[in-house]
Design a protein around this ligand. Structure first.
Ligand SMILES: [Zn+2]
Ligand SMILES: [Zn+2]
Length: 385
């Protein structure tokens, strides 16, 4: 790894102000207009070739150095969450119901810092694509960028993304080969009866009782149909039905989520849900439909890319081989389905009581901006060496 020039400190201090400015002006998925404009302006000021409106509000900057044939993509997500911030910080959100509660403001700042540094002193030979992605929080901005030709226009032999991780000490950089985050599926079940008088149950199929039975049976799938060596979560989170004490409702709706780390387990759970639904239809004389939406696949790291990331991390901070994946999900998974790479956690280290991601009191820890910038630079110089 090339030794970093001493002017990195000059980049970090304005980066804190930039991070807080983005924090004060959060924008929801596909509406990151101010954020994207700010990013594009900073990248242009650094002398980079900038492409806007990739996959909606996405921005990509290209840095070519030397004549090396290799290519790398580094990705930062830009969007905020629909949450009211409760930190009381001077740089708190100025927009009610919108808040950088997942630290994407910090991700933007770290990648911009690396872009500014590498623009002055690349220290590599090849092509680096700096990918600023919209709409990570449930709207699949990564998929939109891919559909918009991301990897055809900006070829990447390998891709990396960082996510801040409050559960790890500051300075710790963790990743692992294979699954690092879960697949996220949403299911909606509609149970259709006929509706009728509550005093005449013999004449009316009971959609509500069918729903109650179904919730019980769905909760047996992970226990009885998933091998003990695998892991999965199935949570029923909503039941809607009924409006009067003396009416058996005609329809009941059940909503929930499934999280898995393996396609075979994911398939198995959906199959079992459909089988159980058919049993409940027969048993209660109702009809039932299942909408099963696999909105984010599992985030699967390439083994070699993860090993390289750990080797690079050890030179920048404390490298940690993550012992297990997290059940949360991430749309960088779509990029990893198409290009080998790895998703990396960067410790935020504010102790056990520090607010978790998506908590209204969470804030990105500016003290780790520098290590994040160093990690991006080192990843680029390692792959494009
Ligand atoms: Zn999030
Ligand atoms: Zn996030």
């Amino acid at each position: 790894m090339t030794e970093l020039a001493p002017d990195l400190a000059e980049i970090i201090s304005p980066l804190v102000a930039l991070r807080r400015d983005i924090h004060a002006h959060p924008e929801l998925g596909f509406n990151e207009h101010r954020t994207a404009a700010r990013i594009a302006a900073e990248l242009r000021a650094a002398g980079l070739e900038v492409h806007e409106a990739i996959g909606g509000t996405g921005v990509v900057a290209v840095l070519r150095a030397g004549n090396g044939p290799k290519t790398l993509g580094l990705r930062a997500d830009m969007d905020a969450l629909p949450i009211d911030e409760q930190t009381g910080l001077p740089w708190a959100s100025t927009r009610p119901g919108c808040f950088h509660g997942c630290g994407h403001d910090g991700h933007v700042a770290m990648l911009l810092g690396a872009a500014q540094y590498l623009a002055c002193d690349p220290g590599f030979s090849g092509t680096l694509n700096l990918i600023f992605q919209p709409a990570e929080e449930g709207l699949g901005g990564a998929r939109r960028m891919i559909e918009d030709g991301l990897f055809e226009t900006f070829p990447c032999d390998r891709v990396y993304a960082l996510h801040n991780w409050p559960g790890l000490p500051a300075g710790t950089i963790a990743t692992r080969a294979g699954a690092i985050m879960g697949a996220a599926d949403k299911f909606v079940i509609r149970i259709q009866g006929r509706g009728g008088h509550a005093a005449l149950p013999q004449d009316t199929p009971d959609a509500l009782l069918a729903a109650a039975t179904l919730v019980q049976q769905l909760n047996t799938i992970v226990a009885r149909d998933v091998p003990p060596s695998a892991s999965a979560v199935l949570s029923v989170t909503q039941i809607h039905g009924g409006h009067a004490h003396n009416v058996i409702p005609a329809e009941v709706q059940i909503v929930g989520t499934v999280r898995t780390f393996d396609l075979a387990v994911q398939d198995r759970i959906e199959d079992r849900m459909r089988q159980i639904l058919r049993g409940v239809e027969a048993g209660f004389e109702v009809s039932a439909t299942l909408d099963y939406d696999r909105y984010y696949p599992a985030t699967i790291n390439d083994a070699e890319a993860a090993e390289d990331a750990l080797a690079v991390a050890a030179k920048v901070g404390t490298a940690l081989r993550a012992p297990e994946p997290a059940a949360t999900s991430e749309d960088f998974s779509f990029m990893l389905q198409r290009r080998p790479g790895a998703y990396i956690w960067l410790g935020q280290g504010r102790g056990a009581e520090a607010p978790a991601l998506h908590n209204p009191r969470y804030d990105f820890n500016d003290e780790v901006l520098e290590i994040g910038v160093r990690l991006h630079i080192a990843l680029a110089r390692h792959w494009l060496r």
